[in-house]
Every structure is written in structure tokens, then in C-alpha cells.
Design a binder for this molecule. Structure first.
Ligand SMILES: C[S@@+](CC[C@H](N)C(=O)[O-])C[C@H]1O[C@@H](n2cnc3c(N)ncnc32)[C@H](O)[C@@H]1O
Length: 350
């Protein structure tokens, strides 16, 4: 075994995260890569010298995404035989199948761009927040999503939900989201969406086979339910693509968001704010406060955030869960609605 490079230390840390978030297979991949990648091979020569920006860059997940893509496209049959849904393989057997694939130059372009996902189960957290807005305003909703990725959560009114004891959403929905629920039910209000728009620096197109392949490749291969949900949500969105703009979240908010009579204007985002530069975060907050000052009962404004509270990566690493927070103007009070699982698997409703 070679002395740990920054990359290998990162791969071991990521393995712990994968275990904690329910992906023992990805954890095993990360550990094997950290322990056994040949220091003289092309992949190690590319990764080991990299400066330590790995947590932000998610370097090892770029590589595991590339491997998953090879497997899903039938380009690594020996490795595919050991991938889920097969049981967790013996590490020695997995390494024997993995090592030749790691030498495939087709993996290298994947190291150049960050993993980009769109976790549709987060709608199971966002929807009860939207129900609070609908219940308290009695109005239909205009939705603006920041960092929308492929916009799967911008279509949240098209899914069915079980939230506590409450069921809501179209009976023929392509997807049922039923997070493990703790606490009281959310308010039983109907969410009617009259307008929607999303922004992302790099919006993914559900109609593009390449974009869909990439999104699916970054889902951890032993999380079969996440894969199935994403496949169903992409298929449904192809018939009715979410309206997305390519651009910066602050520019979008400043250009588009203002209260309008007859609807509740809702700005929302999930696990995106932490990726926005500090000045972008500050501009969004300033615009929301300024527009909030103009809001009224007939033209309310909401800011719904499913985010990690801690900007400190150590606090995130210590496992502090994300929260769902709502500010609803004209009142303008910030409220903690829920503590939640990062992928939306669990909601503790406050
Ligand atoms: C971790 S993803 C979350 C995507 C989606 N909200 C979800 O919950 O699945 C963060 C997204 O924020 C986008 N992003 C990062 N910086 C941005 C910016 N300044 N303006 C707009 N989008 C940005 C990224 O391209 C990425 O799609």
C-alpha cells in the first residue's frame, strides 16, 4: 500500500459517508480505490498529485460515477456481474474485476466535471413546506427553484405523497414519495401550481439521453429505489419538461422574483445554497428581504429552504442533518418546519 495522498485520504473519508448514507457498495469501491490503486498506473498518476480540494470537488464520486456509467452501458460485463443487485461482493473479487476497468481511458473525461444529481425524493420534504404556504395563504403557488438541476423537484405537484397519515397528489402519479415520518401531519392543504420556473448554472435536460445517463450514473448503484424513482421521474418529465433557465441564481431571482396579487410567490431550493458563492447568497437574501417588504396577504412571498444549516464542513461531516425552513412574508418570521434526511428519506416535522 502506498502512503496516503490527499486523494486517497478523501476516498477513505467518502467511504465513511457512503456507509452512513446507506451505500455499502460505494463505500467498498472507495476503500478499494484508496487501498489498492496502482501508484504507477495512469489513474493514480492523475489523482494522487491533485491538490486537496477533494471534498468540494467530490473527486472519488466522479470516478465511481464513471464506473457506474460503464456498467450501466454494458461496457464492463465482468464488473457488472458484481454490481448491485448482486449481493455485496468479496473485496478481492471486486478488485480483480475493477482493476482493468480503472485503466480504461473512457473514465478520464468524467474526472473533469463535478457529479450532478437531482434527488426527486427531496420533493417529499419540499411538498409539506408548500402545503404550509398553501394552507396559510389560501392561494395557488408560483414556483421559482434555484439550483434546479434537471427540474425534477420543480414538478413536485405531479407526484403522490404519503406524509404521516396524510395522502395527497394525483392518484395516477408516476411516483409515490413516502418519507419515514416523525411528528404531526403537515396541514392538509391542496397545492395548486399556476406558474413555475427554475434556474441552474448547468441545467440538465430530461429529454437528452446523455444527461439522463449522467444523472443516473451518479446515483449509488446499491440504492435501487433512488434509481427507480429517478428513472420514473425523468420518464414523466420528458412528456412535460420543467421550464429551466441556464444562469446564476442571484441574477435569476433579481430578474424574476416579485410578489404578485392572487398567488403566493415561492422561491425554493434543496441542497443547492451551499454551492452558491457568498456574494450570490447575500444578493438572494437581500432581494428576498426587499421583495418581502412589498408583500401583502393578497400577494405573499415565501422562501422555502431544504439545506444544511451549517456552512462549516466539519459540522456537516459531524452528521448534523439538513433542515426545512420557511420565511413567509408579509409576516417575515423564519420558521423551522422540519429536520430531514439529506436525500429526503426521513422527515421529523416540528
Ligand atoms: C447538489 S445539486 C442539487 C440539485 C437539486 N436542487 C436537488 O436537490 O437534487 C446543486 C445544484 O446547484 C447548481 N448551482 C451551483 N451554483 C449555482 C449558481 N450560482 N446558480 C445556479 N445554480 C447553481 C448546480 O449546477 C447543481 O445543479
Amino acid at each position: 500500500m502506498t502512503a496516503d495522498s490527499a486523494f486517497r485520504t478523501h476516498a477513505r473519508t467518502q467511504a465513511g459517508w457512503c456507509d452512513a448514507l446507506g451505500s455499502p457498495f460505494t463505500a467498498l469501491l472507495c476503500r478499494l480505490i484508496a487501498d489498492r490503486l496502482d501508484p504507477a498506473g495512469a489513474m493514480a498518476l492523475r489523482l494522487d498529485p491533485l491538490p486537496n480540494n477533494h471534498a468540494a470537488d467530490a473527486t472519488v464520486l466522479r470516478l465511481t460515477g464513471a464506473l457506474h456509467a460503464q456498467v450501466r452501458q454494458g461496457r464492463a460485463p465482468m464488473l457488472a456481474a458484481l454490481y448491485p443487485p448482486a449481493p455485496l461482493p468479496d473485496p478481492q473479487a471486486l478488485w480483480a474485476a475493477l482493476e482493468p476497468v480503472l485503466a480504461d481511458p473512457a473514465l478520464l473525461p468524467w474526472l473533469d466535471s463535478a457529479p450532478q444529481t437531482n434527488e426527486v425524493a427531496r420533493s417529499g420534504v419540499l411538498m409539506p413546506g408548500m402545503m404550509v404556504v398553501a394552507a396559510e395563504t389560501g392561494l395557488p403557488l408560483r414556483l421559482f427553484e434555484l439550483g434546479a438541476s434537471a427540474g425534477l423537484n420543480l414538478r413536485l405537484d405531479h407526484y403522490r405523497y404519503r406524509l404521516g397519515t396524510l395522502e395527497t397528489g394525483p392518484a395516477d402519479a408516476p411516483l409515490l414519495l413516502a418519507p419515514v415520518w416523525q411528528g404531526a401531519d403537515p396541514p392538509g392543504a391542496t397545492v395548486r401550481v399556476v406558474a413555475r420556473a427554475g434556474v441552474d448554472l448547468n441545467p440538465l435536460d430530461v429529454g437528452s439521453a446523455d444527461d439522463a445517463r449522467r444523472m443516473l450514473a451518479y446515483v449509488w448503484p446499491d440504492q435501487r429505489e433512488r434509481l427507480a424513482r429517478m428513472e420514473a421521474a425523468i420518464a414523466a418529465a420528458r412528456a412535460d419538461p420543467p421550464p429551466l433557465t441556464r444562469g446564476d441564481a442571484a441574477d435569476f431571482v433579481e430578474a424574476k422574483v416579485a410578489p404578485e396579487a392572487g398567488a403566493a410567490t415561492v422561491v425554493f431550493h434543496s441542497i443547492a445554497f451551499q454551492y452558491f458563492p457568498k456574494n450570490v447568497q447575500a444578493r438572494i437574501a437581500a432581494h428576498m428581504a426587499a421583495m418581502g417588504a412589498r408583500a401583502s396577504a393578497q400577494a405573499p412571498l415565501a422562501w422555502l429552504r431544504f439545506e444544511f444549516d451549517a456552512v462549516d464542513p466539519d459540522a456537516v461531516a459531524a452528521g448534523q442533518p439538513p433542515t426545512l425552513r420557511l420565511t413567509l412574508w408579509p409576516d417575515g418570521r423564519e420558521r423551522l418546519l422540519a429536520t430531514v434526511h439529506p436525500h429526503g428519506a426521513m422527515v421529523h416535522w416540528h
